[in-house]
Design a protein. Structure first.
Ligand SMILES: [Zn+2]
Length: 375
């Protein structure tokens, strides 16, 4: 049996259709909307008036028309009708980004606040965020919500950190921050945030393994554009897959985890990444080249193993992404060729499209997506 559509529902649908069309086109006219969406002029006129009155759309100049004396009004969505906040909490600093409805940056700030699990820290973070919004001239009623990305596992409802060994924050609940802010908040696993940023920029990407190659290794598995969390919330915690029985110690307390071979800490030790790649480029010292080749060996081994488990696109992101070249990717394919039983086409490894600020941006995206879905 088909569900009946009420007149109210049709009106709502037209409103959604029109808003989404303007959002997608960025700037359009009443005539264009009417023609493209096959809606009558009076319907479009009344919906535009409604959306404009609510402040969801605004007039943005005029289009030239072929009819002398009749210029069409240009409509655009009000980009900052609502905003979303993304925060990345790290050991030594807090990164904040405020984004408009297009996921574009309105403002970004890095606070030198070292993580502590106490009231004064939470209060400082909240006060700094409120001060930053005020500085940007954004009233808090406009904030859809705030995502807080952490280096740890998060419960499926985004309320609790279920495993936070890096920051020593296991068990921390969102109330620590939410009680000091007048808008909704949720935690997000940092690699999940990075994966969401990648999906935002790649509307056609359905399935993916995202590898966050930063000081620590992280990963997210995406199926049908959804991040897989799993029964206990630890799907894709590849960093603790054991690759060497008596390998180097991992922060989890075990040895030889993928973290100890494929993280930037494993590659760089305490050397800054710029210095390492500068030395690599200048060919100064065989130790640098040897370290890089060994790292690529380990990365290829890890990707091959994960690719046998999940045959999807692999996106290489994190702080390493801007330094990766096509020659490196070809080198990884060469290594995989020697390991895999299949004749793999060289089409599944990509470098991240958004290597910078992606974690904080990704943390903010669910609020934008929910708003746009329920307009
Ligand atoms: Zn481990």
């Amino acid at each position: 049996m088909t569900k009946s559509i009420t007149p109210g529902k049709i009106k709502q649908t037209n409103r959604e259709l029109i808003y989404r069309y303007i959002y997608k086109k960025r700037k359009t006219s009443q005539q264009d909307i009417s023609y493209t969406l096959h809606l009558s002029r009076p319907t479009v006129t009344s919906k535009l008036a409604e959306l404009e009155e609510e402040g969801l759309i605004r007039r943005a100049g005029q289009f030239d028309s072929e009819f002398v004396g009749r210029k069409a009004v240009a409509y655009t969505v009000t980009e900052d009708y609502r905003v979303s906040v993304g925060v990345e909490i790290l050991r030594r600093e807090v990164k904040i980004i405020v984004m408009n409805l297009y996921g574009e940056k309105i403002g970004r700030e890095v606070l030198p606040l070292a993580f502590r699990q106490d009231e004064s820290y939470y209060r400082s973070v909240c006060n700094e965020i409120l001060a930053f919004l005020a500085q940007l001239g954004i009233p808090t009623e406009k904030v859809l919500g705030m995502g807080i990305a952490v280096q740890g596992l998060v419960s499926p409802d985004g309320r609790t950190i279920t495993y936070g060994k890096i920051l020593q924050c296991t068990g921390l609940t969102i109330d620590a921050f939410a009680s000091g802010l007048p808008f909704p908040c949720q935690f997000m696993h940092d690699a999940g945030g990075a994966a969401l940023s990648e999906l935002w920029l790649s509307p056609d990407l359905q399935d993916m393994v995202y590898l966050s190659l930063s000081r620590h290794l992280g990963a997210a598995m995406v199926c049908g554009r959804r991040i897989l969390t799993g029964q206990h919330g630890h799907t894709a915690t590849v960093e603790h897959m054991m690759m060497r029985k008596d390998g180097d110690p991992c922060y989890c307390g075990r040895r030889g985890c993928m973290e100890t071979l494929c993280s930037l800490k494993a590659l760089l030790g305490d050397e800054p990444i710029e210095s390492f790649f500068d030395r690599l480029e200048r060919g100064s010292g065989s130790d640098v080249d040897k370290r890089w080749q060994t790292y690529l060996d380990h990365l290829a081994e890890a990707i091959n193993m994960l690719h046998l488990l999940y045959d999807s696109v692999f996106v290489l992101g994190g702080y390493l992404a801007p330094y990766l070249t096509q020659a490196d990717i070809d080198g990884i394919y060469d290594r995989i060729d020697a390991m895999t039983p299949f004749d793999e086409p060289r089409d599944f490894i990509r470098i991240s499209l958004m290597p910078k600020h992606n974690i904080a941006i990704g943390a903010a995206l669910p609020y934008l997506e929910a708003f746009l879905k329920n307009i």
